[in-house]
Design a protein. Structure first.
Length: 369
């Protein structure tokens, strides 16, 4: 049974704004990225999955349940993290997560135990009795993740899970999402406009623009490793690069203080490690750069010239595999499920003008390093 299946799913808001346009898609269980610019239709798609928003036309089944007619039944199997802050400031994390576990049908004792377990999982066990109003943005995001997991859902829907987080908080949240998919065996759909997040946590990617499907495929078809090693350190990057050059490595300074090293026949990893140890600097990142081949998100039909120009920006995977707006694509993921749920909603569709304005920004985001 597929995780999710849509056929010509369309949602039009009053005023002629089309959030989803004939979206046809089949997804298998796993950790899946739903990526697109602001206004592409991601949040609308999630709300229809939750059974909170009726589509204008078309069909959608999630876990074999019709989301358009059996939304109440479906939500017991779903966990949801909304994009914006929606937590009561005067309640503690334990009170909130326990309450939502009770709402989902768990007995009182089991709800308290499950809430403590989930707060430990997200790293808030020691802070669980503090009022949420005193939490940082990152801690509030962790509370939202705990409440989404407390009833043991089969599918977790994350709407911009790193919204408002600093780099350290973003890294921690993405690590939690990865652990959730691997350790709990829960399927996850991550809706984001940041392609770097998709690369870090997801195995499969669904790209949409203006409510239309651009492409759905395994992430490895969108991303290719290059022969360039990127090194980020805590310390004097210029002195570190000079030491690498003195050791015979073809190093140069890249964007943002990152050092780029051409990988040849000899592996530079040992030299980078030794130089870092000798200079006493910390290594933040040592990884091969990954590029997106030109045309990876191209499609056969596209509305206007400006959108065509955006789609032809480098963003990973062979240009030969294209997907039309109404074609059916099956994405195979990994991972399996588990039962019961709670959900929330937010916002409404954005105007087509704001969506068009967002695409140039998305083009810049498409070039990760």
């Amino acid at each position: 049974m597929p995780l999710l299946s849509t056929y010509e799913l369309t949602k039009r808001y009053p005023g002629g704004v089309t959030a989803l346009d004939n979206l046809t898609l089949d997804l298998e269980p796993g950790v899946i990225g739903l990526v697109g610019a602001n206004g592409a239709g991601k949040s609308t798609f999630l709300k229809i999955m939750l059974g909170l928003l009726p589509p204008t036309s078309g069909s959608l089944t999630v876990l074999g349940i019709d989301a358009t007619t059996r939304g109440t039944e479906l939500r017991q199997y779903l966990g949801y993290i909304p994009e914006f802050d929606c937590l009561p400031a005067d309640r503690t994390a334990t009170d909130l997560v326990t309450h939502l576990a009770r709402v989902s049908g768990l007995p009182a004792t089991a709800a308290r135990e499950r809430a403590a377990e989930m707060l430990r999982h997200v790293g808030l066990y020691d802070e669980r009795y503090r009022p949420i109003g005193g939490y940082s943005t990152g801690m509030k995001q962790r509370v939202k993740l705990a409440q989404a997991l407390v009833h043991d859902p089969k599918l977790l829907l994350l709407d911009e899970p790193t919204n408002g987080l600093d780099p350290a908080g973003r890294t921690d949240m993405l690590d939690l999402v990865k652990r959730t998919g691997r350790e709990f065996g829960i399927s996850v759909i991550v809706a984001t406009h940041l392609l770097g997040e998709v690369e870090e946590v997801c195995d499969f990617l669904v790209a949409i623009d203006g409510g239309r499907l651009l492409r759905a495929a395994p992430l490895k078809e969108f991303v290719q490793e290059t022969e360039l090693l990127v090194v980020e350190i805590i310390g004097d990057a210029d002195a570190f690069m000079a030491m690498l050059v003195a050791r015979g490595l073809p190093a140069r300074m890249g964007a943002g203080g990152a050092i780029a090293i051409q990988v040849g026949s000899d592996s530079p990893f040992d030299i980078v490690r030794d130089v870092a140890a000798e200079m006493g600097v910390g290594l933040l990142r040592v990884a091969r750069r990954r590029d997106r081949p030109r045309g990876s998100l191209s499609r056969r039909r596209c509305g206007d010239r400006r959108r065509d120009a955006w789609l032809n920006q480098p963003l990973h995977a062979p240009a030969s595999s294209t997907t039309s707006a109404t074609s059916t694509t099956t994405v195979r993921a990994s991972a399996a499920p588990a039962p019961c749920g709670r959900s929330m909603s937010r916002g409404s569709g954005r105007s087509s003008a704001s969506a068009a304005a967002a695409r140039p920004r998305f083009r810049r985001w498409c070039s990760l390093r």
